[in-house]
Design a protein around this ligand. Structure first.
Ligand code: KG4
Ligand code: ZN
Length: 336
């Protein structure tokens, strides 16, 4: 009796495959990262990404089947990220999952990448998915969502300009740190003084749940001519101050959203939720505010197929499948 689900993720520069049970327990998860390939260009080159997805996807499927001790016949469905992301990358994962679904005469599920991030804090035995305020902070998105149930999401606020991850990456690039800049700033920040530079915190107005990070980038740009970036302490102070400015806004808006909606459970997901400064500040602030906090395991925060398999399993359990004609959508929205 097929009791598992195989999912593929190829929305950007990571090719990933995972297998989970229909209850959402992760059995195997593998990622082939292309970070080293794209680093020389300072960002992701779409055509290079899709060519590498083609090279990696088949071996990854074989690896997760071996790791989980399963065969294709054990799969009840095949899933893949269908957006948002780079079209030429999304097509590789969805085409492969559809081909497997046709070959095995099993259903296909198109999964929204952001729903993968959104539900990831409920993995690892933290489920079932229940009402909460979710903050998603990735390279392309920063949003606050009121989660009522699987598939019932209300957008509370999003960024008006740069995403939090983008702010980390752009500032890091300006000071000569390698791509992606978020983890580099995370590494430097503990050695610096977070009060060394008074970078702006865009709260917009006291009640707004929208974000804006473009002012931070401009503030760093104005500071640059006065700085000696070869001085390690200066660079660490800058990293600590940038991180503190981003973290404070994220944490306070999450607490504000929970208060406004009367929810006691909050979750944070997406690549930026790996950030150690953010995790520590969230833990302290949520304890003070009497909120329960769920954070995904760090390896499930950045792009992976485990979260796609988990989201697909939640959907499959309530009877959702997708037609084989389902197209990819680079701008796929989480909330309609
Ligand atoms: O969720 P993700 O892996 O991919 C997208 O869906 O965008 O997020 C990638 C983003 C990048 O901007 C990266 O710099 C950021 O997450 N990131 C971090 C950390 N690890 C990844 N930002 C701050 N601190 C980190 N430790
Ligand atoms: Zn992502």
């Amino acid at each position: 009796m097929p009791d598992c689900l195989l999912a593929l993720e190829s929305s950007c520069d990571e090719t990933a495959a995972a297998i989970c049970t229909l209850e959402g327990d992760l059995l195997a998860s593998r990622i082939a990262s292309q970070i080293e390939i794209h680093r020389q260009y300072g960002g992701v080159v779409p055509e290079v990404a899709s060519r590498n997805h083609i090279l990696h996807v088949r071996p990854l499927v074989q690896q997760v089947l071996a790791e989980a001790g399963k065969t294709l016949g054990d799969m009840a469905a095949f899933a893949a990220t269908s957006g948002p992301g780079l079209v030429s990358s999304l097509l590789i994962g969805t085409s492969m999952a559809k081909a497997l679904a046709i070959a095995e005469t099993k259903p296909f599920l198109a999964v929204n990448h952001m729903e993968g991030h959104l539900l990831s804090p409920f993995m690892d035995g933290q489920g079932p998915v229940r009402p909460c305020i979710a903050l998603i902070v990735s390279g392309g998105h920063t949003m606050l969502v009121h989660v009522h149930d699987v598939g019932r999401y209300k957008l509370l606020g999003r960024t008006r300009d740069d995403a939090a991850g983008e702010a980390f990456d752009k500032v890091a690039k300006m000071v000569g740190l390698p791509y992606p800049g978020g983890p580099e700033i995370d590494k430097l920040a503990p050695r610096g003084d977070p009060a060394a530079f008074a970078f702006p915190r865009s709260f917009l107005d006291g009640r707004s749940l929208e974000f804006s990070f473009s002012g931070l980038k401009t503030a760093v740009l104005y500071e640059l001519p006065r700085l000696d970036l070869k001085n390690e302490q200066t660079l660490a102070d800058l990293a600590a101050s940038v991180q503190a400015a981003i973290v404070e806004v994220l944490v306070e808006k999450l607490v504000l959203a929970a208060r406004q909606c009367g929810e006691k459970l909050v979750t944070v997901s997406g690549g930026v939720s790996c950030n150690r400064g953010l995790r520590a500040a969230l833990t302290a602030r949520c304890a003070k505010a009497g909120l329960q906090l769920l954070l995904a395991r760090p390896d499930l925060c950045t792009d992976n197929a485990g979260m796609i398999a988990f989201a697909a399993a939640q959907r499959f359990r309530i009877g959702h499948t997708s037609p084989l004609e389902a197209d990819v959508d680079p701008n796929l929205s989480l909330v309609s």
